[in-house]
Design a protein around this ligand. Sequence first.
Ligand code: ADP
Ligand code: MG
Length: 475
Amino acid sequence: MDITAQSVWDNCLSFIKDNIQPQAYKTWFEPIVAVKLTDNALSIQVPSKFFYEWLEEHYVKILKVALTKQLGESAKLVYVIKMENTYGNKQPFTEKIPSSNRSALKSQDVDVPLNNKNRELKNPFVIPGIRNVKIESQLNPNYSFENFLEGDSNRLARNAGLAVANKPGGTSFNPLLIFGGVGLGKTHLAHAIGVDIKDKYPEKTVLYISAEKFTQQYIDSVKKNNRNDFIHFYQIIDVLIIDDVQFLSGKSGTQDVFFHIFNHLHQNGKQVILTSDKAPVDMQDIEQRLLSRFKWGLSAELQSPDFETRVSILKNKLYRDGVEMQDDVIEYVAKHIKTNVRELEGAIISLIAQSSFNKKEITINLAKEIVEKFVKNTKREVSIDYIQKVVSDYFQMDVSTLQSKTRKRHIVQARQLAMFFAKKYTKASLASIGSQIGKRDHATVLHACKTVDNLSSTDKQFRKYVEDLSKKLSL
Ligand code: ADP
Ligand code: MG
C-alpha cells in the first residue's frame, strides 16, 4: 500500500489520541490537516501561528515519537500556517514556519495551495447567531470633555485628546498613550475622546475595552478555536480604545495578538488610544516590539492636579449634582486631598451623604472628620515640626521648652517622645532628627527611642502618653 501524507498522519493521530486528554486532542489535533509527504518530511497545516507555537510548546515530544514510529529516525515535520486575510485586496498568503530545532525533527519549506474559505465574522460582544449587530461602543456618555476640567496637570493629554477626536487617525498622535497614577482621569479622558468622536463621526466604529476584558476575550477565542474571528473583529474597528494596557504585562499570547491588530489598524489609518498606569519606559514584561509601537505616537502624562484645578473639579461636580457648599469647606477638602481625583470626589460625596443622612450642616468640622478618613488611608507623611508641635501641645509646653537643654524629667520625656515619633513617622535619619529637635546628636536620638520602648512596656502612665500621641499623629 502506498504511504501517503494522510495515512502517515492518521497513524500518528491514533497514537496521539491514545496518549493525551480527549479535549486537548479535539482542540489541538483535529483542526490539523496533513498536506504533503516528501521523502521523510510530513507537512501539516495548522490554523495559525499561535496554534503552531502551542503545538511546539506542549506537544512536540509526542509528535516526534509518533512520527518517528511512522517514518523512522530521519523523520521531519513541517508546519504550514494557514493565514487568511480577507481585508483589503491582498491575496491570501501562506507563511511557512519551520519546526523548531530543539527536537530532532528537521524543517523544510513546502508550498501548499491555500484553503481560503471566507469565514464569517464573529463579534465577541454579541451572542453567536445574531448577525449584523452594530458594534456597541461601550462608551460612558457621562465621561465627556466638557466635564474633564483642564489644568496644568492634564493640559497636554487633554488637548492631544481633543486633536485626536477632531481627526481620528489623522494626527501624529497615533497611538495616543495616556499614562498616570490611579484616579487621575485616564479612563475618563479615554471615554471622552471616544464620545466626542462618536458625536462628530457617527459612522465610525468606536470601541472602548479594558485590557483585562480584551485578554479574557482572547483566551476564550483560543479555547473556542476562533482566534482568527477575534482578530478580524478588532481589525474592522476605526477607533480602538484600550484601557489599562499595563494589564497585558507578562501575557505574551495577548500581546502577540494585540501587536497584529495594532499593526493592521495603524497601517490602515485607524486610531488607537491606550491608557496605562506607567510610562512606556517603566512598563515591565511587555514585549519590546509592542513598547516601541506605543512610542510611535504621543505619550501624554496625567499628573496630580494643582490646588486650583482641584477646587474647580470639586465645584464643577457640586454644580452638576445641584449641591451647594461653602467655599471654605471646598477649599479645605481640596487642600487636604492632593494626589487622587477619585478620592477628592469620594470625600465630597461622603460629605454630602453625611450631611443629608444626619441632617447636619456641611461645616468645616464635618469636612475635617471626613477628610481625615480619606487621608488616613493614604498615610499622610507628617513632618518633624508637626510632631514637636503635637507633643508640646499635649504636655502643655512651648516647642522651645521641649527643645531646651533642661534636664527636668517631664521635659526630657517630652523631647524623647518627639524623637521617638519622628523616627517612627518620618523617613528622616537619626542625625537629622537630632539636629531638628534641639540640636542633639544621633546617639541621643537612638537612646531616646530605646528609652521610650522600655518605658512604654514598664510604665503604665508612660504607655498612655504613647497611645494618646499615636492617635493624634496618625490622623
Ligand atoms: P484613572 O482611570 O486614571 O484611575 P478615572 O478616569 O477613573 O481615573 O478618574 C477618577 C475620577 O476622577 C473620575 O470620576 C473622573 O471623572 C474624575 N476626574 C479625573 N480627572 C478629572 C478632571 N480633570 N476633571 C473632572 N473630573 C476628573
Ligand atoms: Mg481607569
